[in-house]
Design a protein around this ligand. Structure first.
Ligand code: NAD
Length: 431
């Protein structure tokens, strides 16, 4: 017989930093850009709020016969430039304010790389490590069904984010398609290639980070060859970026997951890591270097630091101890606005998330286009087209930073927020 149990789950991942609210950070970043752009106060107000928010509490039958209620969200920030696009996160720390922030950052990111999407994000409060495959499938299908009133290839298109992957996108696509009575691949991106995913999508965010890093060091008259790189987070973004940095000739000296990591100043062979990790897949146990915590990794003496895990990792508390020459944000929101100021004053260059990790959404855009046309491209074409967009976007942001004498985050925001503000103004306010 099934029994109904309460939601709070045992948390096995570290909790986010208390008192730092990602949505408040996102609003501060928007305020700064709005001041520079002398944005009309009414328009500024429009851009502060998510356009719509859906909270769903839904039951899932667990393998042991009990029933648990999970909470999920889907937030659309702005759709002035096109249908909304953004990942779905499974995390014990997901909250409405985190999802609001991530949705807003997606709006700016799509505008900065100039693809025709608005921003959205979704999440379910759960620890995917504690769920079996069958529980994950039932949870995903029920969540997809609950939010299906706002999903659609012309309205809102999810993708993977922390704790989700191509298999979860496949279940969402299937659930949505079953209800519609036909196969609709364009309703999600980041699917397996076998069901309409794009070649190159799985690697796109990590590959994009390396492409942006290459452009940034090239501007300084340098190359990635031999550069020391530390990467926090070893999932889809950090793990793949680590591999591609190594292929590009950089020396990856430190990597970490949520539980710990390793540091080896002589360099770590990334492909060996998977074979050497402990039974439960903990990176710190691979034995390829001195064991460190995810926080210690941030303070290592390296050329490039890539925070590629979660928000609020570089804060006013530790920004003074960062020794990297350049920070390239793989994660969304890893640096707080206070830390931004400290890094800038210390001469540390920061390439912001909304530009640095945009490779993922660019190839998601290509996947959506391919799905709508049922016409698929080769991997080389996908990579070449993605890199062309990222290189152009980097050049635009860098030029803005240089001509205005501002940092790269503000420069990116001036471009992105202005594009969204212009689209909102041109369309006018309905009715
Ligand atoms: P993932 O779930 O594949 O991997 C996350 C990694 O971060 C894991 O190694 C995990 O152990 C580690 N981690 C989790 N909590 C941590 C903590 N408290 N401290 C240190 N490490 C921790 O997720 P992902 O898809 O690689 O996403 C990582 C970040 O990149 C997120 O901020 C996400 O929003 C952003 N991002 C992802 C994509 C994408 O295409 N997947 C695109 C753009 C941005």
């Amino acid at each position: 017989m099934s029994t109904l149990t309460q939601t709070p789950m045992s948390l096995s991942l570290p909790l986010p930093i208390e008192g730092i609210n990602p949505y408040q950070n996102a609003l501060k970043q928007l305020d700064t850009a709005a001041r520079y752009l002398e944005l009309d106060p009414g328009l500024h107000e429009v851009l502060k709020y998510p356009q719509s928010e859906l909270t769903v509490n839904f039951p899932v039958k667990m393998d042991n016969g009990t029933t648990r209620v999970f909470t999920g969200y889907r937030v659309k920030h702005n759709t002035s430039r096109g249908p909304s696009k953004g990942g779905i996160r499974y995390s014990p720390n997901a909250s409405i304010d985190e999802i609001r922030a991530l949705a807003m950052w997606m709006t700016w990111k799509c505008a900065i790389v100039n693809i025709p999407f608005g921003g959205a994000k979704g999440g379910v409060i759960c620890d995917p490590r504690e769920l079996s495959m069958n529980e994950k499938e039932r949870l995903t299908r029920r969540y997809a069904s609950e939010i299906s009133i706002i999903l659609g290839p012309n309205t809102d298109i999810p993708a993977p984010d922390m704790g989700t992957n191509p298999q979860i996108m496949a279940w969402i696509m299937d659930t949505y398609s079953m209800a519609q009575g036909r196969t609709i691949p364009a309703v999600v991106t980041g699917k397996p290639v076998a069901i309409g995913g794009s070649e190159g999508r799985n690697e796109a965010t990590g590959r994009g980070i390396v492409c942006i890093a290459r452009e940034a060091v090239k501007e300084m008259g340098l190359s990635l060859m031999g550069m020391k790189v530390a990467i926090q987070g070893f999932g889809n973004v950090g793990g793949i970026a680590a591999l591609i940095f190594q292929e590009a000739g950089a020396k990856v000296v430190a990597v970490s997951d949520a539980f710990g990591g390793v540091y080896n100043p002589a360099g770590i062979d990334i492909p060996s890591i998977k074979h050497l990790m402990g039974q439960d897949g903990k990176l710190g146990e691979c034995g390829l270097g001195e064991r460190i915590t995810p926080k210690q990794l941030l303070e290592l003496p390296v050329d490039l630091l890539i925070p590629a895990a979660i928000e609020n990792q570089i804060t006013a508390e530790n920004a003074g101890r960062i020794r990297a020459k350049m920070v390239i944000e793989g994660a969304n929101g890893p640096t707080t606005p206070d830390a931004d100021v400290i890094l800038r004053d210390r001469g540390i260059i920061l390439i912001p998330d909304v530009l640095a990790n945009a490779g993922g959404v660019v190839v998601s855009y290509f996947e959506w286009v391919q799905d709508l046309q049922f016409f698929f491209w080769q991997e080389a074409e996908v990579i070449a087209k993605m890199e062309a967009i990222l290189i152009r976007s980097y050049a635009e942001v860098s030029k803005m930073a240089q001509t205005q004498g501002i940092d790269m985050r503000l420069a990116a925001y001036l471009i992105g927020v202005k594009r969204v503000a212009d689209a909102t103004t041109i369309r006018g306010i309905y009715p």
